[in-house]
Design a protein around this ligand. Structure first.
Ligand code: SAM
Length: 346
């Protein structure tokens, strides 16, 4: 679902894809104004590094593919750039609209999945961006909002959708998916070694009573695998279900396949990941696309890489400083990768 709204106008309710938001999607959230500043809503990670590497300035057009609380977008706006903020979450868009209103028509938003970058009207009209930022995962606001159902610490419905375009709810996955599929996502996305035990127990239990709430599911997982150490035993399962609900890896893979067609030559690509599977996907993509030649033991010599398109601006992932992780514990698992699109081949 894609909706564009110019700053200062009410968010339109037209829905070109026909997907229906859950009734009350926005009204069930706390009002956008209840988190007046970006820090209370979501403290952006790598603020200094993002500002430096994006090199935003007047005459630059930056796409923030994960607008959230608008903290990163604000850095680009302060540098004088024009910014398009994308998010799947209407509540995030409403919040950012209100908070960044002072930047007038240099800031606009577009509701939808960043996997659909090519559908952005500016891009369809032939425009290209000087930079794209993807800061993956959920915002602190989403996590902390009990009604969104992301947290195993707060009582809420089993929802976990980042926005109404997410294809399933957590309840559908937990109460309806097969044991094999549940075990697969809990193992793959949650990297949970006890995935099969958890999946089998969920399937046995739901035959007696459906799971309705976050705390009910969290307590059940704890009863199945016990508590060892400080991490809550439901952490990995909740992460896995969230990633499945929002098709997070699929969205990233699709977005990566189209970034070279939405950036200008020299345009910057900045991606922040919090999960090893996401980081591996980004690393492999950039490693392949930044290699002028590819080789194979069966070939007499290396061959030019037809996919050579990017220059890595930092060879390795950039990690947060100790100072940042002490200020913002969420940054602990963050990795930033940066690259620039090369000029087209002659
Ligand atoms: C980590 S937060 C971004 C925080 C933001 N950089 C800031 O400074 O506040 C991620 C945001 O991206 C959104 N998001 C995640 N995946 C998305 C996708 N595939 N398409 C569109 N938005 C997405 C989430 O709804 C969330 O609001």
């Amino acid at each position: 679902m894609i909706r564009k709204a110019a700053l200062g106008t009410a968010l339109p309710t037209a829905n070109p894809t026909g997907f229906c938001a859950a009734p009350g999607w926005l009204s069930e959230q706390e009002p956008a104004g209840s988190f007046p500043d970006a820090v209370a809503y979501h403290l952006p990670v790598f603020p200094a590094e993002i500002a430096d590497w994006m090199a935003a300035g007047p005459d630059k057009f930056i796409i923030d593919g994960t607008l959230g609380g608008g903290g990163h977008s604000e850095l680009f706006l302060k540098a004088g750039a024009k910014v398009l903020g994308i998010d799947r979450d209407p509540e995030a868009l409403a919040h950012a609209h209100a908070r960044l209103a002072e930047y007038g028509n240099r800031f606009s938003t577009w509701e939808g999945n960043f996997s659909r970058l090519q559908e952005i009207p500016e891009i369809q009209q032939g425009g290209r961006a000087d930079g794209l930022l993807l800061d993956l995962g959920v915002s602190s606001r989403q996590l902390d909002s009990a009604v969104r159902g992301f947290s195993f610490m707060r009582e809420g419905p089993l929802d976990m959708r980042m926005g109404p375009s997410s294809p399933y709810t957590a309840s559908q996955i937990i109460n309806e998916w097969s044991e094999v599929d549940l075990a697969r996502i809990i193992f793959e996305f949650g990297e949970e070694p006890k995935s099969r035990r958890i999946a089998a127990a969920i399937v046995r239990q739901r035959a007696i009573k459906r799971f309705d709430t976050t705390l009910e599911l969290a307590a059940f997982i704890e009863s199945v695998i016990g508590r060892h150490g400080r991490t809550h035993p439901a952490t990995r399962t909740f992460q896995a279900v969230r990633m499945a609900v929002n098709e997070e890896l699929e969205s990233l893979a699709t977005a990566l396949s189209s970034v070279s067609s939405i950036l200008k030559p020299g345009g910057r690509l900045l991606i922040i990941t919090f999960h090893s599977l996401e980081d591996r996907m980004v690393k492999r993509f950039l490693r392949h696309r930044s290699a002028p030649f590819i080789d194979d033991p069966g070939w007499p010599e290396p061959r030019p890489n037809p996919d050579y398109q990017f220059q890595l601006l930092a060879r390795k992932a950039i990690l947060p400083t100790a100072e940042e992780t002490s200020l913002n514990p969420r940054a602990r698992s963050a990795k930033l990768r940066v690259a620039r699109l090369l000029d087209p081949k002659p």
